[in-house]
Design a protein around this ligand. Structure first.
Ligand code: EPU
Length: 337
């Protein structure tokens, strides 16, 4: 049942665990409920926000508007043949529980994305990725409701303009559509992607490779580096790994031999932001209620009652020092509201 709340606490709705409230908060469980609500309330020109699992959000102050909170659940098999299965998944399904569900049934494609926090509906927005896999590789369609036309729309994959931690839903379509379901095409004959250094090293401790083992290994690696947000508030990688011109990367590499780089094309190189931040002396630093994680400098953490603006201040100080030392502008991966 749909429900509209007033002055609603968002603390449980952001993995940073930051206290902030929303003037209005509308929770709904189906496309019909949201279309109905939009028919009765023209919100196009109001201040509104679509909230998923809150694992990529930083509330810097109270939100004086309307939060739209889709709670559509369910996993449906739309098509199935010898080789593949097409699943339609409700946006509120927990991402990692969905990965576990697939691994359990031997559907492969997303096992490398184990333990990523958040919900299924948010996965296409920033094209979640880890350990050599991006979710765009398995997305076939994204279903949404248009806020303007108040009706359901389906986007095929090409329409989503997926890129590194990016999609059309973060750009031209930002805040225009509420993603309600995602369709994933998964493989029944597993094709393992284990070339990422840390995975292949860890797999040497096993006699065989299967989906369950890959999931186990990924969980182990993530748990060793990334803090659990239920214990220590955080939003995963706070910054994107910067992509710079190859020429600039080559110059830096000549000066800083150990700098981890990944070739993107003949012209562009991606650099590990965590390394840049660590080199500027930030790793493990705590400033008041906020800090830079001990084991992964790309992750900013809330040590207690941090306010969003404190996190933002730390982020800006980090950006300044990386710009000063390396001439690289770090871009935030997290959405600051
Ligand atoms: N590194 C450091 N110091 C650090 C952190 C990293 O020197 O404090 C170095 C590592 O030694 C390694 C390189 O940087 O050589 C890359 O580190 P890592 O493998 O930990 O991955 P990452 O590039 O820092 C990205 C994603 C993560 C994802 C991992 C694994 C982004 C912004 N982040 O991090 O995604 O889990 O790769 O694939 O692309 C997230 O988006 O929230 C997230 C956690």
């Amino acid at each position: 049942m749909a429900e509209l709340y007033e002055n609603y606490s968002l603390k449980k709705h952001n993995t940073f665990g930051i206290e902030a409230s929303a003037k209005y908060f509308f929770e709904f469980e189906s496309q019909n409920e949201i279309c109905d609500f939009l028919d009765k309330n023209n919100i196009v020109d109001t201040n509104y926000l679509i909230l998923g699992g809150g694992s990529n959000m930083l509330f810097t102050e109270d939100f004086d508007g309307l939060v739209l909170y889709p709670c559509i659940k369910g996993i449906e098999i739309l098509e199935e043949d010898e080789n593949t299965v097409l699943l339609r998944v409700g946006c509120k399904e927990d991402w990692d529980e969905f990965v576990a569900w697939c691994v359990e049934r031997n559907y492969s494609g997303i096992e490398n994305l184990s333990l990523i926090p958040g919900v299924v509906g948010a996965s296409p927005v920033q094209n979640i990725g880890a350990y050599g896999v991006e979710v765009q590789e398995v997305i076939e369609k994204v279903e949404a409701v248009s806020i303007e036309s108040r009706s359901p729309v389906t986007f095929n994959k090409l329409h989503c303009e997926f890129d590194y931690r990016n999609s059309v839903f973060k750009n031209e379509y930002k805040n225009l559509f509420i993603i309600t379901h995602v369709q994933f095409r998964l493989q029944k004959q597993a094709q393992f992607k284990v070339h990422y250094g840390a995975i292949s090293e860890e797999l040497e401790n096993y006699n065989e490779v299967n989906l369950k083992i890959i999931r186990e290994v990924i969980i182990k690696i993530r748990e060793s580096k990334l803090p659990n947000h239920e214990v220590l508030g955080n939003a995963g990688s706070f910054f994107k790994n910067p992509i710079v011109e190859k020429e600039q990367a080559d110059k830096l590499k000549a000066k800083f031999e150990a700098m981890p780089t990944y070739e993107i094309s003949d012209f562009e190189t991606k650099i590990a932001a965590g390394w840049l931040i660590e080199q500027c002396g930030w790793k493990g630093k705590q400033i008041g209620n906020v800090g830079v994680h001990n084991d992964q400098a790309l992750v900013l953490v809330n040590y207690g009652n941090a306010k969003g603006y404190e996190v933002l201040k730390l982020a800006n100080d980090i950006r300044k020092s990386v710009l000063f030392k390396f001439g690289i502008k770090l871009e935030m991966e997290v959405n600051a509201i």
